[in-house]
Design a protein around this ligand. Sequence first.
Ligand code: AMP
Ligand code: MG
Length: 428
Amino acid sequence: MIEYQQALDIILNAAQPLPAKRVETKNALGLSLSESIHSPNPMPLFDNAAMDGYGVRALDVTQATEETPVSLTVQETIQAGQTTNASLKPGHAFQVFTGAALPKGVDAVVMQEFTRQENDTVFIQHPVQKGDHIRYKGEEFEAGHPLLKPGVVLTPARLGLLASVGLAQVKVTPRPCVAIVTTGNELVEPGHALKPGQIYDSNGIALEAALTQLGITTTLYPRALDTPEALQHSLAQGLAQADVLITVGGVSVGKYDLVKTTLEALGVTQQFWKIAIKPGKPVFFGTYGEAPASKLIFGLPGNPVSALLTFHQLVKPALEKMAGQPVLPLHTNTARLTAPLKKRPGRLEFVRGMATCHQGQWHVTPTTGQGSHMLSGLADANCLILFPLEASLLEAEQPVAFTWLEPNSACHTSTGHEHAPPLVGAMG
Ligand code: AMP
Ligand code: MG
């Protein structure tokens, strides 16, 4: 049995970024860019008005005040999207709207709020400096300017930036295709009646949702029965179609735990089986095909808490690495434990907990329902308390390490704020 960090190292060594691919910019949210982007154009593309108002020659209106406005003749009106070949004549102004291309001779824009128009005459009530309210061609960046580096994750703002310079496609590292095969004769789809001895399949929906949170669309295969034939059929399909195959259940030591032997018969090479963690000890990890393009196979245990936590702690980092995303080391915070915890030494335990902040100090309380089959204890948790491998006792009030199950949140010190992250997206 190997330790958690060793297992993660083996997984991350096998997981390599997928080959880059061109995609539509509009479909690239959250993906990792795999090329350098230099702007094909200057930004802005042309001198234009930053305000609704009047395009003038600044020198013509230096004397303008509210009481003694300068009157100019409106030469033409230019909307955003329009241009004119005319140049500004002496004693004239162009009426312009935000984004309108500025004609020759205009060197400042007077805001509409400082003007009054009557018929063809505009009264300018305020002087302007040369350049006021003009967005000059190339003032943000020139053509050829480096905009984005390979490896950046495409956020809404970055997608907007690409679109603003006209790039409809970008080269990215795609997200892996993932197949899930759940196994077990006892499982029934929610919404159908149960016969004695049967239970509802919760892992399929929970794991599919955890993948959806990562932006990954998944193929969820029909549940496989615990027979070599049924497993062989589903697993062979999953191996053929996906970059990553996740199986759930049937990977422990029972007579009907046939997943491991079936995978091996299909040509999967075992990289490890069993990790010194709780929950999730029986996890299997294997590879299929030649490195660096090998497919990864995760055999997760069937107990629903084990399945989700091993996904979170082992599968998710691999998927992030394959998608070219930064893989961050397990980030821990310190908190005071509110109740003692006991265990046998020998496994790192991920205790489901609720972290709350009191006067600048995190406190963690184990949730009720710590069995690896008890989803309610995980559903109530916002963090995992790390109970170290060799430890057997954590005392009340002692400092402990914990890791968030959902996006981080702040614990304010001086303001007296009490703040806990919301109970949504528990597997974020
Ligand atoms: P296994 O790993 O197949 O031995 O399953 C361990 C426990 O998890 C058993 O109690 C199974 O009934 C349960 N289990 C396995 N798969 C699922 C599933 N997809 N949904 C809910 N419970 C499951
Ligand atoms: Mg089973």
